[in-house]
Design a protein around this ligand. Structure first.
Ligand code: DAH
Length: 361
């Protein structure tokens, strides 16, 4: 005959499994653990009854009781794990995190088309041995004019009227006449020629890109703020032929092998002789259109052989060294490259305009 304690343990084993399966929440399982294994729990009560079982059956009953308890404890842990996993799944589902969704593209910035062109110039000239030499945007009248052979009363100064820098709050602040110390915003990058000559040993091949300023009425082709890229070569045997050859190569690298070019006589106080360099109009291929003022040509830079006075100002002997210089207008060159009709668009801060050049050119 079987012991009633043995039957009760077996029944509890069965019912514990059923009740656990029915426990739907972690709280339910905790309550069940308490009901079965707590101090006055059902299984605890059965274990306590072991002591009054007949001595011969006690070892077998003890083994069974331990087995049932281990089984119930294991089942409780398992059920808790399952419920926790289910909770996690539910949360993940509610958060709708789709790991397979494609990423959202990030909006990144890009270069302004004028900067792209200046970078291209830098690369092209680099192949001809030029390095970048920076000059300051805030200059002195001496560097901007006098040392470049433009004395104070020279009529060409009218072309280069600029913004004078004065101490804030002084009587001169905001006035368009020279401050006492002659500090101005540079009207061109040419003063960097003097700075380069004074800082470097010949032979010199430098490129100075940078911002310039002029007291200028703004229209479709003039800004009061614009860019220039200055070039300077100083060596023993340089000639106008070198300058012409170089500039023709640069134009081809920038605008294509078929670009037409021409040199015209020009005038600048700091070069002698001076030239203007034109390319065939890219808009009308030379037929004549409003963009080239019906001439078929567009001027992209001024250039010439460095004037002896400028060489001397730079600290060199004109009988020993010569050089050539050129000043390019990257704003205008960018307009030609993309067929842009109005320089003011470059500074308009209209993103619809600027983002057209996101691919760089
Ligand atoms: N600095 C001149 C300007 O702003 C441009 C220029 C002309 C630069 C001739 C040069 C040069 O170096 O040789 O109009």
């Amino acid at each position: 005959m079987t012991d009633p304690l043995h039957d009760r343990l077996e029944r509890l084993r069965g019912s514990a499994q059923e009740r656990l399966a029915a426990a739907a929440t972690i709280d339910d399982v905790d309550a069940l653990r308490h009901a079965l294994l707590g101090r006055s729990g059902e299984l605890t009560a059965l274990l306590k009854g072991l002591g009054s079982a007949p001595a011969a059956e006690r070892p077998a009953l003890g083994r069974l009781a331990n087995e049932v308890r281990a089984e119930v404890e294991g089942a409780i842990t398992e059920r808790l794990d399952a419920l926790r996993d289910a909770g996690l799944e539910e949360r993940l589902a509610s958060e709708a995190l789709d790991m397979s969704a494609p990423g959202r593209p990030r909006r990144v910035g890009h270069l302004h088309p004028v900067h792209t062109l200046m970078r291209d110039l830098r690369e092209i000239f680099h192949a001809y041995g030029f390095e970048v030499f920076e000059g300051p945007e805030v200059e002195t009248e001496e560097y901007n004019f006098e040392l470049l052979n433009i004395p104070p009363d020279h009529p060409s100064r009218d072309l280069w009227d600029t913004l004078y820098v004065a101490e804030p709050g002084s009587a001169e602040a905001g006035a368009s006449r020279p401050a006492d110390d002659g500090t101005i915003l540079r009207t061109h990058t040419s003063p960097a020629q003097i700075r380069a000559m004074r800082a470097l040993d010949p032979p010199i091949r430098v490129l100075t890109p940078g911002r310039c300023f002029r007291y200028e009425a703004v229209d479709a082709s003039h800004g009061f703020e614009f860019f220039q890229v200055e070039g300077l070569v100083i060596d023993r045997d340089t000639s106008l032929a070198d300058l012409k050859g170089l500039l023709e190569e640069i134009a081809r690298a920038l605008y294509g092998r078929d670009v037409r070019t021409r040199f015209r006589p020009g005038y600048y106080p700091f070069t002698e002789p001076s030239v203007a360099f034109d390319i065939g109009c890219l808009v009308c291929s030379g037929e004549g259109c409003p963009a080239c003022k019906r001439s078929g040509w567009m001027t992209i830079l001024g250039a010439g052989m460095v004037h002896p006075s400028v060489l001397r100002a730079g600290g060199f002997d004109p009988d020993e060294l010569q050089g050539y210089a050129f000043g390019m207008g990257p704003d205008r060159m960018t307009m030609l490259r993309h067929g842009i009709g109005d320089i003011r668009l470059f500074f308009s801060a209209d993103l619809r305009f600027v983002t057209q050049f996101a691919e760089g050119r």
